[in-house]
Design a protein around this ligand. Structure first.
Ligand SMILES: [Zn+2]
Length: 200
C-alpha cells in the first residue's frame, strides 16, 4: 500500500530511521528536500558525506574530532589531572558551554543498558581503563553519566573497576532530577552539581 513512489518512500524510511525523527517528521523532511533546488540538495548531501569522512574519534578521549588528538586533549591550558566521563559528544558540548570545567573528557558513546542490548563492551570502557593505566597524571574521574538507572549502573561499575587503582572516582552531586539527561540541564544547576560532586 505504498502511498508514495518507491524512491520517496525510501527517503522517508531512511530519514525516519534517524533518532528523534518520527514518521510525520520524516515525511515533512522528505517533502522539504524534494522542494529544494538541485544545488541545495547536492550541498546537503555533500555536507553529510564530508562531515562523516573528516570526522574521527579522538584516540585519547573518544570524542568526535577532525584532528587527532582533539583540540581539548591537545590544549596545554586544560587540567590534565581530572577526566569527566560522559555518555555522548553532546554532553561534552554541554559542559564546555557551561565554562566551569577545565579538565579533560572521556566519551563512552553510550551507557551500559542490558535492556537495549548494550553491554560494557559496546561502550569505550576498555579505552578509558587503558588511558588511565597509561596516563599517571590523572587523579580524579568524574562520572557524569545521565541520572538514569543505566547511567547510575554504569557509574557504579566504573567506580568498582577503578577501586584498586587509587584514582578518586566522583559523581555529580545528587539534586539533579532523576531520569534527567545532562544535555538538558541548565548551566547553573550543572555547575552546582559539578562543584558539589561526591566520591563514590
Ligand atoms: Zn580528545
Amino acid at each position: 500500500m505504498a502511498r508514495y513512489s518507491p524512491s520517496v518512500q525510501n527517503l522517508i524510511s531512511k530519514l525516519g530511521s534517524l533518532p528523534g525523527i518520527g514518521g510525520k517528521s520524516a515525511q515533512r523532511l522528505a517533502f522539504h528536500i524534494l522542494s529544494m533546488s538541485d544545488e541545495e540538495v547536492k550541498d546537503l548531501a555533500n555536507s553529510i558525506t564530508e562531515a562523516h569522512r573528516l570526522t574521527v574519534r579522538c584516540s585519547s578521549c573518544q570524542n568526535f574530532t577532525d584532528s587527532d588528538p582533539c583540540p581539548i586533549c591537545s590544549d596545554p591550558k586544560r587540567d590534565r589531572s581530572v577526566v569527566c566521563v560522559v555518555e555522548t559528544p553532546r554532553d561534552v558540548a554541554t559542559f564546555e558551554r557551561m565554562r566551569e570545567y577545565n579538565g579533560l573528557y572521556h566519551v563512552l558513546h553510550g551507557v551500559y543498558s542490558p535492556v537495549s542490548g548494550k553491554s560494557m563492551n559496546d561502550i569505550t570502557l576498555s579505552e578509558l581503563i587503558a588511558r588511565l593505566q597509561k596516563d599517571q597524571e590523572i587523579k580524579e574521574v568524574i562520572v557524569a553519566t545521565n541520572q538514569t538507572a543505566e547511567g547510575q549502573a554504569t557509574a557504579l561499575y566504573i567506580s568498582r573497576l577503578l577501586g584498586p587503582s587509587g584514582i578518586k572516582v566522583t559523581r555529580l552531586a545528587s539534586g539533579l532530577p532523576m531520569g534527567s539527561d545532562i544535555e538538558y540541564i541548565d548551566d547553573l544547576t550543572l555547575a552546582n552539581a559539578l562543584k558539589g560532586r561526591t566520591e563514590i
